[in-house]
Design a binder for this molecule. Structure first.
Ligand code: FE2
Length: 277
C-alpha cells in the first residue's frame, strides 16, 4: 500500500454543486457561509477565507465534483502517475481554482479532481472555516474505499461497522487531518455533506451567532462525533445539502485503523445521531 495522496499532502480545496436555482443557492452561501459571490459565465464562484464553492445549473443536491489540492507539483505528478498506473485514465481538467488539474471518476460516477491551488484573492473576510472534508453517500462503501484508498493512496482512519459485518462508514485522510473524504452507506448516491473546519469551539459559537442573525436554525448538533472526535453543527441549504461546521478534528500522525460500532453514540457522543443506514 503506497499512500500517494497522503504523501502529496492533499486537502479538500473546493466542491462544485449542481442546483436547479444556482442564484438562490449562491446567495445562501454568500450570506450564511460568508463568501463573495461572482457570476463567471454559467457558474457562480463563491469564495471566503480558505473556502471555495462553485454552483452550476443542474439537478439539486448533485455533486458536480470534489476538488483536492496537492501540496506541490511533485506530489501532483506522483498522484497522476499513480492514477494512470491504476487504470483510472486521468483527464486534464480546466479549473477556476486550480492549475494543472486532472480528473478521475470514482465507482459511483463522482468526479474527483486533483490539482495545484491558485492563490486566493486578498482581502476575503469572515469567520474561520476552511473547506475541510467531503462526505459521499454511496450504496457501496467498500468500492469507495478501494478507489480512494486502494488506487489513489488515501489512508483509512476509521471504519464504522454494522453487527452483520457490513461497513456503514469509512473515514479516509490525505494529510494529518482525520478525514478529508468520508462515505456513508445510503440508499442514494452523491454527496452526504461537506464540511468547514472552524478549529475551535468558540468559533463554532460565533458561527451559530452569525447564523442566528440570518434566522438559520441548526439542523443537528452541537455534538461531538466519535470518529475524528470533532465538535459539529449542521445546517441545511435551500437545496437540501447538509453543511457541517466542525472543530477540534483529530490530527493523525500514525495509528492503526479504528473500528466503531454502528450506533448512535458513535456518530454523536453527546446525544442523538442521524444514522444513514
Ligand atoms: Fe463530516
Amino acid at each position: 500500500m503506497t499512500y500517494t495522496a497522503l504523501h502529496a499532502g492533499t486537502y479538500l480545496h473546493h466542491i462544485e454543486l449542481q442546483s436547479s436555482n444556482p442564484q438562490r443557492l449562491a446567495k445562501f452561501y454568500g450570506d450564511a457561509m460568508q463568501m463573495q459571490v461572482e457570476k463567471q459565465g454559467a457558474v457562480f464562484v463563491c469564495r471566503g477565507p480558505e473556502r471555495r464553492l462553485i454552483i452550476s445549473q443542474g439537478q439539486d443536491k448533485k455533486l458536480a465534483l470534489g476538488a483536492f489540492a496537492c501540496r506541490d507539483a511533485d506530489g501532483l505528478r506522483m498522484l497522476r502517475e499513480r492514477a494512470t498506473k491504476e487504470g483510472l485514465n486521468p483527464q486534464d481538467e480546466a479549473s477556476v481554482f486550480m492549475d494543472h488539474a486532472f480528473a478521475v471518476v470514482d465507482p459511483d460516477g463522482n468526479k474527483a479532481v486533483f490539482g495545484l491551488a491558485k492563490k486566493d484573492p486578498e482581502g476575503l473576510k469572515g469567520l474561520k472555516g476552511p473547506t475541510q472534508h467531503l462526505t459521499l453517500a454511496t450504496h457501496d462503501p467498500e468500492a469507495i474505499e478501494a478507489f480512494y484508498a486502494g488506487k489513489l493512496g488515501f489512508a483509512v482512519s476509521d471504519r464504522v461497522r454494522k453487527p452483520n459485518g457490513e461497513v456503514a462508514t469509512i473515514f479516509a485522510r490525505s494529510n494529518h487531518e482525520h478525514h478529508t473524504l468520508a462515505c456513508f452507506r445510503s440508499d442514494r448516491v452523491g454527496v452526504d455533506h461537506h464540511s468547514y473546519e472552524a478549529g475551535d469551539w468558540t468559533v463554532i459559537r460565533d458561527w451559530c451567532d452569525h447564523l442566528a442573525t440570518l434566522d438559520i436554525q441548526l439542523m443537528w448538533g452541537p455534538g461531538r462525533h466519535g470518529p475524528g472526535n470533532n465538535l459539529f453543527i449542521f445546517i441545511v441549504d435551500p437545496d437540501g445539502n447538509w453543511i457541517e461546521i466542525s472543530a477540534e478534528l483529530e490530527i493523525i500522525h500514525d495509528r492503526p485503523v479504528k473500528e466503531w460500532p454502528h450506533a448512535e453514540r458513535t456518530l454523536n457522543l453527546w446525544g442523538k445521531a442521524i444514522l444513514r443506514s
